[in-house]
Ligand binder design. Sequence first.
Ligand code: FES
Length: 114
Amino acid sequence: MIPVCRTEDLPEGGAVRIEIDATTPAIAVFRSEGALYALDDRCSHQDASLSEGWVEGCQVECPLHAALFDLRTGVPSCLPARRPVRTHEVTEADGMIHVRPAARENTVREDAYA
Ligand code: FES
């Protein structure tokens, strides 16, 4: 598990972006309605950071063209995004939030939703 931040550094409706290394896509960790979610921090439509989007309920709205992604599954519910983004395991314990990046085998194929 990779440390993200202290519990108090991720308030309700907020997001934190973490960069792990040069070969791993950045991850956005969200808190909404008391739950934590982690997605790749790159919209599947173009190169926008979902951690800069707007969170409401179980969705985040991309800040560039307003595609909505389900925080639980990474699946978009409207255009212009068509492909899901990866989700990651996120935990909170002892005042810290941690994330476990999804295995590479779970990477969404670029042509899977063309
Ligand atoms: S970059 Fe996210 S909807 Fe276009």
